[in-house]
Write a new protein. Sequence first.
Length: 65
Amino acid sequence: MSLTTHWIDNEWNFHKRILNFYHVFNNMSETIGQVIENYLLDWGIDKLLTVTVDNTSSNSVTIHI
């Protein structure tokens, strides 16, 4: 799994960064959600506008966590 971020700063410059790569040992929604939450909080990100995921059914539960 990889976490990336995109944002526009106060001067309207577009930025994008790879925050982290992580090997998820199982595809359980709870595990994936916890990993995402932990890494976002480590980076000081506590507000999100959009989350983009693939089409697996476990993503619905992951996003709600």
